[in-house]
Ligand binder design. Structure first.
Ligand SMILES: Nc1nc2c(ncn2[C@@H]2O[C@H](COP(=O)(O)OP(=O)(O)O)[C@@H](O)[C@H]2O)c(=O)[nH]1
Ligand SMILES: [Mg+2]
Length: 232
């Protein structure tokens, strides 16, 4: 039997009640990835608004996470990709339409060319005026700065949820966090394994539907995680 050719990329999208955005974002991904061999995996956290049904109708693979949380959802998606979808690059992005799928080629090209192991989208340069409130913006900048000072991460936007990486990187990452801390954990683990991480500017747009983030609680969790990584 001929060996199945690898996909160029798999887009992994965690969803929790993203009815207002899911169809729009899937259409945009398909437009942006014309000419690529790709698959979209939606990792649903038991949405009650029909997000998963809509994603399946649009031809995506839908998998369900067994636990809760953004980190657990990503881990579930990554495990699925590793097991069933041979691909060269993995893309992760929110399903809330904040990220612009037209940026995906810019994220995956350095990975496909072997120029980087992980490419992180930096939201700070091309952000719509109403996309992030001032508190969140300052909080994100502060987290990236503290992370740089304490963990030597050279990524300008460590909390960005829009990234691409070589699929082989997954074998080197442990990923223990079920929550939002996974964003930082991915970078720190990759960096410690010797991966080459770069950032590229990406667009950031106003969210459709409601955020699942709790700025204060999640901010504290992230800073605590930075300190924990520092001690480790
Ligand atoms: N499966 C799953 N998806 C989640 C969960 N929490 C958030 N998401 C999704 O993960 C993405 C990021 O969450 P979001 O609310 O946009 O966080 P923010 O971008 O930091 O404001 C969105 O697509 C959410 O629908 C969860 O517990 N399970
Ligand atoms: Mg979001």
């Amino acid at each position: 039997m001929p060996k199945r050719d690898k996909l160029d990329c798999v887009v992994v999208m965690p969803t929790l009640n993203e009815r207002e955005s899911i169809e729009y974002i899937i259409d945009q991904i398909r437009d942006a990835l014309k000419g690529y061999r790709y698959e979209i995996v939606v990792v649903d956290g038991r949405s009650v608004d029909g997000t998963d049904v809509k994603a399946r109708e649009k031809g995506c693979t839908v998998v369900y996470q067994s636990k809760r949380g953004y980190g657990d959802a990503l881990r579930t998606g990554f495990t699925y990709v590793k097991s069933f979808l041979p691909a060269r690059a993995v893309v992760m992005m929110d399903a809330d339409s904040t990220y612009d799928p037209r940026d995906i080629p810019r994220l995956i090209t350095p990975v496909l060319k072997g120029e980087a192991d992980m490419v992180v989208g930096n939201r700070f340069h091309m952000m719509d005026k109403d996309a992030m409130n001032l508190v969140n913006k300052l909080g994100n900048k502060l987290i990236s700065a503290v992370s740089y000072l304490l963990l030597k991460t050279r990524i300008k936007d460590t909390q960005s949820g829009f990234r691409a990486f070589r699929i082989e990187l997954l074998d080197r990452l442990k990923l223990r966090y079920d929550g939002i801390q996974v964003a930082l954990e991915l970078i720190v683990d990759a960096q410690r394994s010797g991966a080459k991480i770069i950032d590229v500017p990406v667009f950031y747009r106003r969210r459709r539907g409601r955020s699942k983030l709790n700025p204060l609680k999640d901010g504290i969790k992230i800073v605590a995680t930075i300190l924990k990584f520092r001690i480790r």
